[in-house]
Design a protein around this ligand. Structure first.
Ligand SMILES: C[S@@+](CC[C@H](N)C(=O)[O-])C[C@H]1O[C@@H](n2cnc3c(N)ncnc32)[C@H](O)[C@@H]1O
Length: 367
């Protein structure tokens, strides 16, 4: 979609389709996991849009709702109340979204009573502050929240607000960080205040350690991720960049969570999506960018595993899986190929109980 929010500009672009696919994939896991332990969960789409693109594709609100409504696990989730808030500032977009949600409700005549939706016309920051005000007055807490923050630019989702959302136990943030705009405007005079709000720190501090010979987009994304980690106290901040053929990054998707399972599921979502065209996703969370490809280069992963487990004995596949998920850019699905190669190279000694093959759970290995 282009930056202009007029109806004729709602073009479906490759990165929008990829973002939607990731959201759909991840929510397929998030709904059942969260509803298992909570009587109520909150899904907030902070920049909800108008609900439909020029090519007929649905917007993020229907993607989230449809994922839940068609979930094979829906009957088992009936004890949980799902509350969807769709916040949108533009009046015309709100009107269009209302029509779309009515159509969706008509499509599902047996709409479950535990799925509630509310379209809120206003600015994300103001409406969220009002919500927190009410919650504080009533001495309550928000339900565990998934907040999807998908703006056109970099304003109206200040770091303070994100920290407050993250304060609610089990809450997560999924941010479309438009780093291209940040890079273009950060040094401009009148942008000091919005940039300070965005980062939760002075612009001078954002740029302080920037080495002019290095990649500025990379620096701006990394500082944002670090600030998010510091301010929200969410330990797992994954940042996935959309890179074109020349290595330029148009934007970064940032996922912030306290859940290890959440990291695992988000990585599964990210690795499974092909943004198409000339684009690729890469994970830049752990230093060197790793490109998401059907057959990625596993050399850095082998090196990371050998370094991590050097001298360790009786290691199991599960241990390696979680190291790979939480401390590298790769997925658990890359572990078997890595261990197989390490065994061939003589870097690990494998102990297989009789009748066991490969790297099943009872197999152990020494480094
Ligand atoms: C990138 S679009 C959202 C697309 C939508 N999430 C989707 O995937 O279908 C950004 C939307 O945010 C709206 N918007 C702009 N400023 C806003 C604000 N301060 N608060 C809430 N919505 C805002 C715009 O009108 C636009 O509809």
């Amino acid at each position: 979609m282009s930056k202009d929010s007029s109806p004729e500009s709602w073009k479906m672009e490759p990165h929008t389709a990829a973002k939607h696919e990731i959201l759909r994939h991840y929510l397929g896991a998030w709904f059942p996991i969260l509803s298992k332990w909570n009587g109520r969960v909150l899904y907030i789409d902070g920049f909800a849009g108008r609900g439909r693109y020029d090519d007929g594709s649905e917007g993020s609100p229907q993607i989230a709702l449809r994922r839940l409504l068609t979930h094979s696990y829906l009957p088992q989730m009936s004890n949980c109340e799902f509350v969807f808030f769709f916040i949108e500032k533009d009046n015309e977009n709100v009107a269009a979204l209302e029509v779309e949600l009515d159509a969706l409700k008509a499509e599902f005549p047996n709409w479950p009573a535990n799925i509630k939706t509310r379209i809120i016309n206003g600015s994300f920051d103001e409406k969220m502050n009002e919500l927190f005000e009410q919650v504080r007055e009533q001495n309550r807490q928000l339900a565990p929240t998934f907040a999807f923050i998908d703006p056109f630019g970099y304003t109206k989702f200040p770091m303070d607000l994100l920290a407050e959302i993250a304060n609610t136990p089990k809450s997560e943030l999924f941010i479309n960080f438009m780093v291209g705009f940040v890079q273009r405007f950060i040094a401009r005079d009148k942008q000091q205040t919005p940039m300070r709000e965005l980062y939760g720190m002075e612009v001078a501090d954002v740029l302080k350690d920037y080495d002019p010979t290095s990649n500025r987009i990379e620096h701006l994304t990394e500082v944002y991720a670090q600030s998010l980690r510091g301010r929200t106290k969410l330990p797992y901040i994954q940042r996935f960049s959309m890179v074109n053929k020349t290595g330029n990054v148009s934007y970064a998707l940032i996922h912030a969570t306290a859940s290890e399972l959440g990291v695992k599921r988000m990585k599964a979502a990210m690795w499974s999506v092909d943004p198409g065209g000339n684009y690729r996703f890469s994970d830049r969370t752990h230093g060197e960018a790793v490109l998401f490809e059907p057959t990625p280069d596993l050399t850095p992963l082998r090196a990371a595993v050998v370094e991590k487990f050097a001298g360790a004995r009786g290691v199991t596949r599960d241990k390696v899986d979680w190291f790979v998920i939480l401390e590298t850019s790769y997925r658990e699905t890359h572990v078997i190929a890595t261990l197989t190669e390490l065994e061939k190279m003589g870097k690990i000694t494998v102990f297989r109980p009789p009748g066991k093959r490969g790297f099943s759970p009872t197999v152990t290995f020494d480094f």
